[in-house]
Design a protein around this ligand. Structure first.
Ligand SMILES: NC(=O)c1ccc[n+]([C@@H]2O[C@H](COP(=O)([O-])OP(=O)(O)OC[C@H]3O[C@@H](n4cnc5c(N)ncnc54)[C@H](OP(=O)(O)O)[C@@H]3O)[C@@H](O)[C@H]2O)c1
Length: 250
């Protein structure tokens, strides 16, 4: 089975490649750095030639600013056009749990547009929605620093190790397309402030952490339970605590 991973050099893409190769797939690694652009379409036809499946794990570089909508719309259109031309049997893309709760933010609105383009394409597909990767939590906490205080919104997350999402994607792509959205989340939900405290303790960061009902999540307000998956089809096993301990030991 030949699988093209678009966004192969990224946090998720590099992990997906690892699991696909472990499963014996023939993997084509495509990303800007290998000369394939989802945005301009350059190199897509060559990459998709003879492929059975495509996994879209591209990302727009700048989170919360810039033209995320333009990126996901154009990249999605180009990828789907090429996929149709090459009779791709399974098209899988990674989206975000709770994106519909954050539509005031351009990035999350763009993710919904990406999902809609896939549904409207009529291609056999699976849309995987994941909760936040453990690898991403440091960024959320870091971007919430305000005059030496970490000021966080009162929101519950159910984060997951990137590796567990990648392993599931590698499994799903070899199955029949679901032609629907499937969600994956971590083993347990926790308030963002608890997760941040865990991170600060283990990294010996002494800045105070506070939950502020007025603090935004990437510039927009969010419901307390708005980012927790309703009925996840899959659940990671590794806890944030164990992941942090392992990552810091490595
Ligand atoms: N982070 C999270 O917690 C989270 C949670 C749920 C879902 N997701 C979704 O997961 C997806 C992947 O996220 P990530 O964190 O793995 O992203 P990332 O680390 O920023 O990687 C992005 C990848 O996209 C590639 N790329 C960017 N522009 C491209 C273009 N025009 N053409 C081809 N490739 C391009 C990059 O290639 P180069 O490096 O070569 O430019 C890189 O390989 C995103 O769609 C995101 O919405 C993320």
């Amino acid at each position: 089975m030949k699988v093209v991973v678009v966004g192969a050099s990224g946090t998720m893409g590099s992990r997906v490649v690892k699991y696909l190769e472990r499963d014996g797939r023939n993997v084509v690694e495509a990303s800007s750095s290998t000369g394939v652009s989802a945005l301009t379409g350059k190199g897509l036809d060559e990459a998709f030639d003879g492929a059975d499946a495509v996994i879209d794990v591209t990302n727009f570089g700048s989170f919360g600013s810039g033209d995320a909508l333009g990126f996901f719309k154009q990249a999605g259109t180009n990828l789907l056009k090429s996929a149709r031309k090459h009779n791709i049997r399974h098209y899988l893309a990674l989206s975000v749990v709770g994106a519909e709760s954050l539509v005031e933010n351009d990035y999350f609105r763009a993710k919904l547009v990406q999902e809609n383009l896939i549904r409207a394409s009529g291609l056999p597909h699976t849309i995987v929605r994941s909760t936040q990767f453990f690898e991403f939590l440091g960024g959320i906490v870091g971007s919430s620093a305000d005059n030496g205080v970490i000021r966080l919104p009162m929101v519950r997350l159910q984060p997951i190790a990137g590796d567990e999402v990648a392993a599931w994607i590698a499994k799903l792509i070899a199955e029949q397309p679901r032609n629907s959205i499937v969600e994956i989340g971590g083993p347990e939900p926790a308030d963002l402030v608890e997760l941040a405290n865990e991170l600060m303790t283990i990294t010996e960061d002494n800045r105070p952490v506070t939950a502020d009902p007025n603090a935004p999540y990437f510039g927009v307000s969010v419901r307390h339970e708005g980012l927790v998956p309703s009925i996840p089809a899959a659940r990671g096993k590794l806890t944030y605590h164990d992941w942090l301990s392992r990552t810091l030991r490595a």
